[in-house]
Write a protein that binds this ligand. Structure first.
Ligand code: PMP
Length: 370
């Protein structure tokens, strides 16, 4: 095989550092696994049954590209009720990631600038690069707040998009109401597309979730059922925004993903009727366990949402610290440089049983004292 066969776009990013930790972890006998970005609760029973019923009822053919009415109409009703925008349309995507891919393909031309807040979700910079976009990073250390003046001065005539994610992966930071309104209005004033990744909206612990779409009706919202209903393997996401953008995304979906998995759309429709507040409350308590457990030994911004904490390493680089954590304590965490241009922090996912979190805290206390 010739290396020339491989397209240039594959060279603009590395394979996810998270996978490397997973590979290392697969070799350990009894790891303390705080690395996985998925809920440790299962899909609710009624929703599992809805998936089984859909399969048994023969809902196994292609779904409509834009999503089956059972789910899409229900989502549209809920979105209309929340936002009351005349021109807000939804479609069902193949996971939240699928919706992100289509958003990039539909909106970013080669050379367009895409503003990404650092630390960022691993896909953002890679996806922007795949479509030829130029990533413009805005550093948000040490408190992971959004400085609107910095965003305003980063916007150039080539800026196409701002990628916003709250509650955030990997920091757990949940933007306050002023930040949300500020970024929404700034994008509108400067005629830049605001993409709001709201996959963790249910996991908001210290106040109600507010979408920037409330203030900027042209916001493109990306969302999905992976985290909120514990079904990341079922690949059901959705996006809503101005009709003209949604129609292009649906067109692109027709020639890429084709559709979101058909039976799981029926299950996702059932999931919309299930109250997940108990699960979110459990995660708030897990958040408190981590914050209290690490308070004396780590510099940590209290995460307001999602199921991640992003402490500063007490010594060495993020990579050195995580390597030691794995070698000496079988503790699986992710070095900050996977999500950032800095390598000074590490990500904990507390989507794990309490006993695992407790073991993780003990190991981290020992590691800090090294
Ligand atoms: N956005 C963020 C911020 C995420 O953390 C994730 C999952 N880790 C996704 C999108 C992708 O979710 P999905 O599994 O629905 O593709």
């Amino acid at each position: 095989m010739s290396v020339h066969w491989i397209a240039d776009r594959t060279k603009c990013f590395d394979s996810s550092g998270i996978r490397k930790v997973f590979d290392l972890g697969a070799k350990l006998k009894n790891p303390i696994n705080l690395s996985i970005g998925q809920p440790d609760f299962d899909v609710p029973e009624l929703v599992r049954q809805a998936a089984i019923d859909a399969i048994q009822d023969g809902k196994n053919g292609y779904a409509l590209t834009q999503g089956m009415p059972v789910l899409r109409d229900k989502l549209q009703g809920r979105i209309d009720q929340e936002f009351r925008h005349g021109d807000r349309q939804v479609f069902v995507a193949s996971g939240t990631s699928g919706a992100l891919v289509l958003a990039m393909m539909a909106l970013v031309n080669p050379g367009d600038e895409v503003i990404v807040f650092d630390p960022f979700f691993v896909m953002y910079n890679s996806l922007a690069a795949i479509v030829g976009g130029k990533v413009v990073y805005i550093d948000t250390y040490p408190d992971f707040r959004i400085d609107l003046d910095r965003v305003a001065s980063a916007i150039t005539p080539r800026t196409k998009m701002i990628l916003f994610n709250s509650p955030a992966n990997p920091t757990g930071a949940a933007a306050g109401p002023e930040e949300v309104e500020g970024i929404a209005r700034l994008a509108e004033e400067r005629n830049v597309v605001l993409v709001s990744d709201e996959i963790y909206r249910g996991f908001s612990y210290d106040g109600p979730f507010v979408s920037p779409a409330k203030y900027n009706p042209e916001t493109l919202v990306i969302d999905g059922f992976s985290k909120s209903s514990g079904m990341p393997g079922w690949r059901v996401g959705f996006a809503h925004g101005p009709r003209a953008i949604i129609q292009e995304m649906v067109k692109l979906q027709q020639y890429t993903f084709v559709c979101a998995p058909h039976p799981f759309q029926w299950a996702a429709a059932a999931a919309m009727d299930i109250d997940m507040t108990p699960q979110f409350e459990t995660y708030r308590r897990k958040r408190d366990m981590i914050v209290e457990g690490l308070a004396n030994d780590y510099e940590l911004v209290t995460p307001g949402g999602a199921f991640y904490a992003f402490p500063k390493v007490p010594w060495g680089t993020g990579t050195e610290f995580v390597t030691k954590a794995i070698e000496e304590h079988q503790l699986l965490i992710i070095p900050g440089n996977v999500f950032s241009r800095r390598d000074t922090h590490f990500r904990i996912s507390y989507a794990a049983p309490d006993a695992v979190i407790e073991r993780g805290i003990e190991a981290l206390k020992k590691l800090a004292k090294r």
